[in-house]
Write a protein that binds this ligand. Structure first.
Ligand SMILES: *[C@@H]1O[C@H](CO)[C@@H](O)[C@H](O)[C@H]1NC(C)=O
Length: 260
């Protein structure tokens, strides 16, 4: 809405006042620069409008995620759990998962020995099934907007795993959310992100809802981590990759291991 109003104003500016007056005084010489100033302004407003709509549009993604359940990086988390256990060993004892379908991830993790698990659902939990409702009632799962600080004390969890959530945030929000995920973990932060160009039913579904998910390349992510001062957890990365290659496990998502 804001964008539309701004555009109208910028149109009115050259049309109603300046151009007729100026061009009648200086038939050719002055009207062109003014017109281009008007066009530049119009362009600027359009750009501002676009960046607003692309940074704040989580509401429509919410629905898309629920409708498009199926192949996702959250399902990759289930497959990666045995390898994560090898990589993190003893430290994988208090785990927080952040992402859609977190109830399923928490249930899977709770079945592991010596693992406590909690979940944050970044979208909504309205259509939770009965076992999910039980997890919510017991306080294991809650919904929270990950654009804001998570309601946990520093180092509340040993390992924090996030999937299908950061791909929907613009760098502006990533700048707040990623350090906050690192804040609540003590032994590591594991990020599951989609590969760019990944052709999935879900991605197509999202495109239908207006704003497609931003799938970033691994070089984009690595540059971003360096920029924001987040370090790769080299030991965990190495152990994870060794365990994965031993079992010929090839994740269908990018997996990054960061130091908390
Ligand atoms: C995010 O943080 C980095 C490093 O502090 C900074 O260079 C970058 O401009 C920030 N991006 C946004 C969109 O705020």
């Amino acid at each position: 809405m804001a964008a539309r109003r701004a555009v109208n104003q910028s149109r009115r500016l050259p049309d109603s006042a300046s151009i007729p007056l100026v061009s009648s005084l200086h038939p050719k010489s002055r009207s062109t620069p003014l017109l281009s100033v008007g066009l530049v302004l119009l362009g600027a407003f359009l750009l501002i409008g676009y960046s607003y709509s692309s940074s704040g549009g989580l509401a429509s993604d919410k629905e898309a995620i629920h409708k498009g359940e199926g192949a996702s990086c959250t399902s990759e988390v289930h497959r990666a759990i045995p390898f994560l256990k090898k990589a993190y060993g003893q430290t994988m004892r208090k785990v927080l998962h952040v992402g859609p379908d977190t109830c399923a991830v928490v249930s899977t993790l709770l079945k592991e020995d010596d693992t406590e698990a909690w979940g944050v659902e970044p979208y909504d939990l309205e259509d939770a099934d009965s076992s999910c409702k039980r997890l919510i009632r017991k306080g294991f799962v809650r919904s929270a907007d990950i654009k804001f600080s998570l309601p946990y004390r520093p180092k509340s969890f040993s390992v924090v795993i996030v999937s299908d959530a950061l791909d929907y945030l613009s760098p502006k929000y990533l700048n707040k959310t990623l350090p906050d995920l690192a804040r609540v973990s003590s032994d590591g932060l594991v990020i599951f992100a989609g590969y760019p160009g990944q052709q999935r039913a879900k991605v197509l579904e999202l495109a239908k809802f207006g704003k497609p998910v931003k799938l970033r390349s691994s070089s984009w992510w690595i540059r971003y981590f360096v920029q924001t001062g987040l370090q790769e957890n080299e030991a965990a990365t190495k152990k994870f990759e060794q365990a994965a290659s031993k079992s010929s496990y090839k994740p269908s998502c990018q997996i990054f291991h960061l130091v908390s």
